[in-house]
Design a binder for this molecule. Structure first.
Ligand SMILES: *Cc1c(COP(=O)(O)O)cnc(C)c1O
Length: 401
């Protein structure tokens, strides 16, 4: 960057719409999760889907600095991106990698999940020695070799080209403590540990075991093994607002989503705004156009007053339909709004807060979907809120892509 550009740095990077990552919040969440687990249990955070929309490289590197040396991603391309950016430690691909991409596993030092027995045969037949974690299906029936097929699972240990570093399962009802779900989860854990015992009984060294994701860590910490795979909780929220407000109270949201006010104008009574003329001015109305739209991940279902943004610490309802790149909001009650101001879409402004959970609730989905849907076009940057001045000034910028 040229010197002059560097001076402009923060403002320039923020552009029209951006994401701020609070590194203190991330550190807090790591501590909260570690405190729920035995000391010997290593965190292996899920940074798939661009770290749930947060920005995988920034998050993984910050986690590296916090002493975390293992990560989970969904696919090869996510692992490669982290490696090329210099992320250290083990990177486990939780999902399926096709044969044509096997060469990338070795080249980028990625660990592949064995999704079932026939996949183990295919991976072993590739002809390179590769580190793997074996997925065990204990009742979710998504990926993993069935826990009953002990012979098949143990056979994988005898395969010359598979270096079995881990054995894991995924709990699919750990988000509730309803008696029926509790019984189901207990059966899953039991089936998993039964497989681990059998492996040892047959003389194989016990690989690292892991089965807990965020909800497991909160609801079933007694099943903690050698590693845990938190995703959503690490980002400071849980899947629903109710869960976040109850079990998730100690977590702090890592992400804020902000956008600029691009233009402000006054409508006369009877004038319309936006596509389909869905917003009608009931009297003299001031509206502001915000530089963010559904292509950035702001759900279009928040149109027509279903959603709000914060400007100067007050809520401004969405006026009419959210567009691909812009959103119009009603700011009649916020007279000081001007072009260039910052609108908070997720995060705090003054005494008000709009959480990702609130957006999820308003759109009938879970927080995970809102966050992971945040678009590539948004610039991601880490901030240290302690160094952030009050009000609407530019946060202290530590790093960015
Ligand atoms: C995504 C994922 C996780 C993380 O789940 P959270 O609920 O976000 O904590 C853990 N394990 C597997 C297998 C996953 O696919």
């Amino acid at each position: 960057m040229q010197k002059r550009e560097k001076k402009r740095g923060k403002r320039m990077e923020q552009g029209r719409a951006w994401i701020e990552l609070d590194r203190e919040a991330l550190r807090n969440n790591v501590d909260v999760l570690r405190a729920r687990l035995p000391k010997s249990c290593r965190l292996m955070p899920a940074v798939k889907a661009n770290a749930y929309g947060h920005g995988d490289v920034l998050i993984a590197k910050e986690l590296n600095r916090l002493g975390i040396d293992a990560f989970c991603v969904a696919c090869v391309s996510e692992g490669v991106k982290l490696r090329l950016a210099g992320v250290k430690g083990e990177i486990l691909i939780l999902g399926y990698t096709p044969l044509e991409q096997f060469f990338m596993l070795k080249r980028y030092d990625l660990t592949q999940t064995v999704v079932d027995y026939s996949y183990a045969v295919e991976l072993n037949g590739y002809g390179e020695r590769l580190p793997v974690h074996i997925g065990v299906d204990t009742g979710m029936h998504r990926l993993g070799e069935r826990s009953e097929n002990l012979d098949h699972i143990c056979d994988m240990f005898a395969m010359d080209n598979l270096i079995v570093d881990g054995l894991f399962t995924h709990l699919c009802a750990a988000d509730t403590k309803k008696p029926s779900d509790r019984a189901f989860t207990e059966a899953q854990a039991k089936a998993f540990y039964r497989v681990a015992e059998e492996i040892e009984q047959r003389g194989w060294a016990r690989p690292r075991l892991h089965l807990l994701s965020s909800y497991g860590i909160f609801n079933y910490p007694e099943y903690a093994a050698d590693c845990a795979r938190p995703g959503i909780a690490l980002y400071g929220v849980l899947s629903t607002k109710a869960d976040t407000d109850s079990w998730g109270k100690k977590l702090c949201p890592v992400l804020s989503l902000k956008a600029r006010v691009a233009a402000v104008r006054t409508l006369r009574e009877g004038e319309f705004a936006g596509y389909g003329r869905q917003f009608v001015a009931r009297g003299k109305t001031r509206i502001a156009t915000i530089a963010i739209g559904y292509a950035d991940g702001l759900p279009r279902r928040l149109s027509n007053g279903a959603g709000e943004v914060l400007i100067h610490g007050r809520r401004a309802p969405v006026a009419g339909r959210i567009c691909m790149d812009q959103t119009i909001v009603d700011v009649s009650h916020i007279p000081e709004v001007k072009a260039g101001d910052v609108a908070v879409v997720i995060g705090r402004s003054g005494a008000e807060e709009i959480s990702a959970c609130e957006l999820a609730e308003r759109t009938g989905t879970i927080t995970n979907e809102i966050l992971s849907g945040l678009g590539e076009r948004l610039c991601r940057m880490t901030v240290c809120p302690k160094q952030q001045e009050e009000g609407f000034s530019w946060p202290f910028l530590h790093s960015s892509l």
